[in-house]
Design a protein around this ligand. Structure first.
Ligand SMILES: Nc1ncnc2c1ncn2[C@@H]1O[C@H](COP(=O)(O)OP(=O)(O)O)[C@@H](O)[C@H]1O
Ligand SMILES: O=C(CO)[C@@H](O)[C@H](O)COP(=O)(O)O
Length: 485
């Protein structure tokens, strides 16, 4: 144990879309004693793919940056971007790059699968979610259609965090939160859905064992490149949103808005979600509850791209004007417009670049707030502060846009890496036998300033909603036949 720390050390990992972040945390106090970060690359054009081996290299590099502290860790847990399809051959090597959550090429397969199983209600009742192109099941169906040789070469199917956990332990495991985003796990029975697996021709033997909260996924076996000692415990891990919910010590009904590559809005619920409109994904959380969540494909990266196009700093927003921006550069998931592209409307001679940039923030936040009511249970307190997390939460323009368009108080937790902290809390819970959310509450991770509510900017919200409905044929890609983003 390091002389400065009072408890055993644990490692929490966030393998997200853009990078891997690692925290070494004192399990007794929650103090972050070391951290590391290494980037990933994502393909551009129509696809969004990453090489799983790059995630492993990034994890090793981020751990190296943590120095001696990582060697003292007694337990480790991996949180990761959800939904990605990782296909491994018989030797455990990736058959091809992983298809990521924001790759919308499987939109036709998503539509077809909804119909083939009997419609949206059947999916919502059984799986808890109506699959969009983000869901793993649609990606497997896409692969079967477009690359049958890759499917034939596949001996194991994993999610991103499963892949990393397997490289640590040597055995194929997943967890309740992440498996609930595959589309082949029935939330009603909490088991793999054999009918859906048959529908897409996926042998259940290729899938990992689901490890539950409080159970051990294994111990570290791949010591060669890693700083861990033999026998270091590996926790089940989690999807990144469920890990952040753990990291905040979230109680039912408190809403979270996360601003990263994806924008997400979610809350913990005791009730299993079954939204048949498809706007709310009925995820399980990483304990025994649920995590109804809505997700956008275009958040910080899309707004940063608009700022770059305008040659502006991301904070150089200006109020006023009536320009409306739908920043759907990657197609969109909420609202469900996989073939959409970005749209600018209401340009005048006196429109300034800063107003266009503000329009992009407004368009991104409008999509998330539009789903907030659907995510919250009917009895949730609507005046409670929104917890704002993710890389974007550090930006003033993001904070002020959320405040103005939500009309709610906004709380900014001082703790930065909530996904990695949640994973660390899960690892700590494994050592102490505590509920990981209680560990995070003990660490005080959600503490941070609360920005008071301001009057909700109804005019901007309704201007964006009107453009969305007036431009529906264009956004659906029906007019230009542009079905590739
Ligand atoms: N100070 C800041 N102000 C505004 N945005 C920021 C700031 N720092 C980072 N970001 C944004 O955070 C994003 C990364 O957020 P993060 O939650 O780490 O993403 P992900 O988990 O998807 O990889 C970047 O795209 C960047 O736009
Ligand atoms: O698809 C979803 C949730 O359904 C995304 O939230 C991914 O989990 C990616 O997360 P980030 O890389 O943006 O953190």
């Amino acid at each position: 144990m390091s002389s400065a720390s009072s408890g055993p050390l644990v490692v929490g990992v966030d393998s997200s879309t853009q990078s891997t972040k690692v925290l070494v945390v004192d399990a007794a106090t929650g103090e972050v004693v070391a951290s590391g970060q290494a980037p990933h690359t994502v393909s551009s054009g129509a696809s969004r793919e990453s090489d799983p081996e790059q995630w492993w290299d990034a994890l090793c590099e981020a751990l190296r940056q943590c120095g001696a502290a990582a060697r003292e860790a007694a337990a480790v847990s991996v949180g990761g971007q959800q939904h990605g399809l990782v296909t491994l051959d018989a030797r455990g090597r990736p058959v091809r790059p992983a298809l990521l959550w924001n790759d919308v090429r499987s939109a036709p397969q998503a539509r077809r699968l909804v119909e083939e199983l009997g419609g949206a209600k059947v999916w919502a009742d059984r799986v808890g979610s109506v699959p969009t192109p983000s869901f793993t099941v649609t990606k497997w169906a896409w692969l079967a259609e477009h690359e049958p040789a890759s499917v034939r070469a596949t001996a194991a199917v994993r999610l991103p965090h499963d892949y990393l956990t397997q490289r640590l332990t040597g055995s194929g495991t997943t967890d309740r939160s992440d498996v609930s985003g595959t589309g082949w796990w029935a939330s009603a029975s909490e088991s793999y859905d054999e009918e859906i697996l048959r529908l897409v021709g996926l042998d259940p033997a290729l899938l990992p064992r689901v490890v539950h909260s409080g159970e051990v996924a294994g111990t570290v076996h791949a010591r060669g490149e890693l700083p861990f000692s033999k026998g270091t415990l590996v926790a089940p891990g989690a999807g990144d949103n469920a890990a952040a919910a753990l990291g905040l010590g979230l109680r039912p009904g408190t809403p979270v808005l996360s601003l990263g590559t994806s924008g997400t809005v979610y809350a913990v619920s005791e009730r299993r979600p079954t939204d048949l409109t498809g706007a709310v994904a009925g995820f399980a959380d990483a304990r025994g509850a649920w995590l109804p969540l809505a997700c956008t494909l275009n958040c910080t990266l899309a707004v940063d791209r608009v700022a770059a196009l305008l040659s502006l700093d991301r904070e150089a927003v200006r109020p006023g004007g009536a320009v409306t921006v739908l920043p759907y550069l990657d197609g969109e998931r909420t609202p469900d417009l996989p073939h959409a592209s970005g749209m600018l409307h209401g340009l005048r001679h006196d429109t300034t670049p800063g107003q266009v940039l503000q329009g992009a923030y407004d368009g991104a936040v409008h999509a998330l707030l539009g789903a907030l009511d659907a995510v919250l249970d009917a009895d949730a307190d609507r005046s409670e502060p929104l917890l704002l997390i993710g890389g974007g939460a550090r930006g003033t323009a993001w904070q002020e846009t959320v405040r103005r368009l939500s009309g709610r108080p906004v709380q900014i937790p001082e703790a930065r890496e909530l996904v990695a902290l949640g994973a660390a809390a899960q690892a700590a819970g494994l050592l102490t036998g505590e509920d990981p959310a209680a560990v995070a509450r003990r660490w005080g991770t959600a503490r941070g300033p609360v920005l008071d509510a301001v009057e909700r900017d109804e005019a901007t919200l309704s201007r964006i909603s009107s453009l969305l409905s007036d431009a529906a044929p264009l956004l659906n890609g029906a007019l230009d036949g542009a079905h590739g983003v």
